[in-house]
Every structure is written in structure tokens, then in C-alpha cells.
Design a protein around this ligand. Sequence first.
Ligand code: G3P
Length: 218
Amino acid sequence: MELFLDTANIDEVRQGARMGVVTGVTTNPSLAAKEGIGRLEAYRRSVEEIAGIIDGPISVEVISTDVEGMITEGRDIATWIPNPWVKLPSTQAGIEAMSVLTSHDIRVNQTLCFSVNQALLGARAGATAVSPFVGRLDDIGQQGMDLVEDIVQVYRTHNIRTKVLAASIRHAHHCVMAAKAGAHIATVPFSVLMQMVKHPLTDAGQSRFSQDWRKASS
Ligand code: G3P
């Protein structure tokens, strides 16, 4: 399972890149707003900076909610960086814009996916990846990871090549579950990447090795 960083924070992207384990980045208007980005030009500059750090797909979400607006924005975003995935929502307008953009070889990440049917429609519309939002389903009392499992299974049954990108990941156990479910990619906040690497026994073991070596060599 590949790991993407779900952030618009440049410092987090740099740290993730240095670890050598991050192969893409996903952004959205909320993550951009968290970094004080409120204008398209600033969003573009930030995405260009991210693309200069990570040599992989960078997902950039459209702001428009109508078909024409999404198509215009999607075409523009596709010129920003070498490897853009235009994020389009799982709405009627989003699916329509998706079909148009993918027919022009623009890669699309279908976002805000909350059902297998939406994922089937996105696949038909040519999405490169579909993003089931795990945490937001958990938030309303459902088992978000079931959706990832179901989409993986249905795509396998029908030899669908759209990648399953587990999104709205809230903690490290979500990553384990996404990997077990067969997700191709999980996009994780930086804090979750840190949770993934952290284990108290690793820290205790490292400090014990250092102490023992110091004793033996003193
Ligand atoms: O990748 C989607 C993600 O940014 C949404 O996460 O935590 O806002 O549900 P969250």
C-alpha cells in the first residue's frame, strides 16, 4: 500500500519526503484554508511547491460545484504541475465533469466517496483513484473501513483498474485496516504518519542499547 500525505503544509511535506516513504500528496480546500490559503493563486503556488518536493501525484481539488466550473478549473489545474490528480466530488456534476476531463487524459481523484455505487460511477467515468472517506463514516456511527473493503472487492471482481485510496484516515489503526482491506493507497495526516513510526518498545529498546554500549565502552 502506498502512502500519501494528506496536507497542504509544506514543512510536513518536507519531513515526509525526507523519510522517503511518501509517494504522493492530497490537498483539499479545508487543508489549504488551514494554511491560510484562501485564493486560487496562493493554492497554485503551494501546490507547485509541494510538487517540487514530492515526485508523485498531487491531488488538487476544484472549488466550483457546477459542471462547467469544474471542467474549467480541472483543465487549469492540469497545467500547474507535472503529475496532477484533479479532485472532483462524487456528485452528479462531479461525475459529469470527471467523464469530460478523463476523456482528455486528465487524471482524476474521485473525492467525498461514501458508497460503493459512487465508486462504481467514478470508475465508469474514468477516475484514476477513488477516495472513500473512512473517518467521516465512523463519525456518523458506521464502520468506514467496510466501504474500503467493499470497493476493493467489487473492483477486483470486475477487473476495474481505478485505485482505492483510503482517505479521512484519523489514526494509525486505520492504516493497518486499510492495508488489510487491500487499499492501493492510504492518504494520512502527518500526525498519523508519526503514529505509524512510533512504538514505546522501539524507544525503550533503543535507549537500552545506547546505555549498554556506553557502559561497555566506558
Ligand atoms: O483526504 C480527505 C481528508 O482530508 C478528509 O479528512 O479528517 O477531514 O475527514 P477529514
